[in-house]
Write a protein that binds this ligand. Structure first.
Ligand code: HEC
Length: 198
């Protein structure tokens, strides 16, 4: 009699298909949870929103060969200590403002967006804000009236007035401060911060 070998039988391939699909599905579930834990606020790489109460820096780590955010002691934003809920509300107002005004049309956020204007991932730490005492006020004034407070990083490009209110500007500043604390795996590279001593 002519017996069919196992690998050539239909039932063998049916079972294999089921096991491979189930296995791949399981890996997908595990990876989804792993990604969520790495990308949610309060997770491994993305600090909780109340990080806006802290000093943030971005320093080269010679061992890891990349720049890493360093979260330091208390350094209040707008002279106020925000609870986790208050911090989340403010950061969310900023995030929604960046979406409503479509900042990504010109800027990149975490590397995503357009290349007309500077990347905003570490904009909170930009040396262009001169010093830490002036920074918050300068940022708010710039966001509300960019046409009058243009700083120009060697280009003649100007940011237009987007009709941002003072509350929205404060939200954007909080959003930018929070974003600068995210471990972005060394992006952007070679970024000198406002804290750097020359
Ligand atoms: C039409 C293009 C355009 C849009 C839209 C735009 N910007 Fe800008 N932005 C610019 C340009 C150009 C500069 C550089 C201006 C300068 O050097 O004076 C800039 C500069 C900045 C800076 C300073 C950069 C730094 O490194 O510190 C910040 C912060 C900023 N923009 C935030 C925003 C936010 C937040 C939004 C959305 C609410 C936004 N921008 C929307 C064009 C734009």
């Amino acid at each position: 009699m002519n017996e069919t070998p196992v690998w050539a039988s239909e039932s063998f391939w049916k079972k294999t298909a089921i096991w491979v699909t189930a296995g791949a599905f399981l890996i997908l579930v595990v990876l989804t949870f792993d990604s969520l834990s790495q990308t949610s606020a309060g997770g491994k790489r993305v600090p909780a929103y109340s990080v806006i109460n802290k000093k943030i820096d971005y320093v080269y780590d010679a061992k890891l060969h990349k720049f890493m955010p360093v979260i330091g002691e208390q350094e209040l934003l707008f002279g106020k200590e925000f609870s986790e809920t208050e911090a989340e509300q403010l950061v969310m107002l900023g995030k929604k403002t960046t979406q409503a005004k479509n900042c990504m049309n010109c800027h990149t956020l975490l590397g995503n967006g357009a290349y007309y204007a500077p990347d905003l991932t570490k904009a909170w730490l930009d040396q262009g804000w001169i010093n830490k005492e002036a920074r918050e006020k300068m940022m708010i004034e710039f966001l509300m009236h960019p046409e009058k407070n243009a700083r120009t990083f060697g280009s003649n490009r100007k940011m237009p007035n987007l009709g941002i209110t003072e509350d929205e500007a404060k939200g954007v500043v909080a959003f930018l401060k929070w974003m600068s604390s995210i471990d972005t795996n060394g992006f952007p590279h070679n970024f000198k911060t406002i804290n750097a001593e020359e």
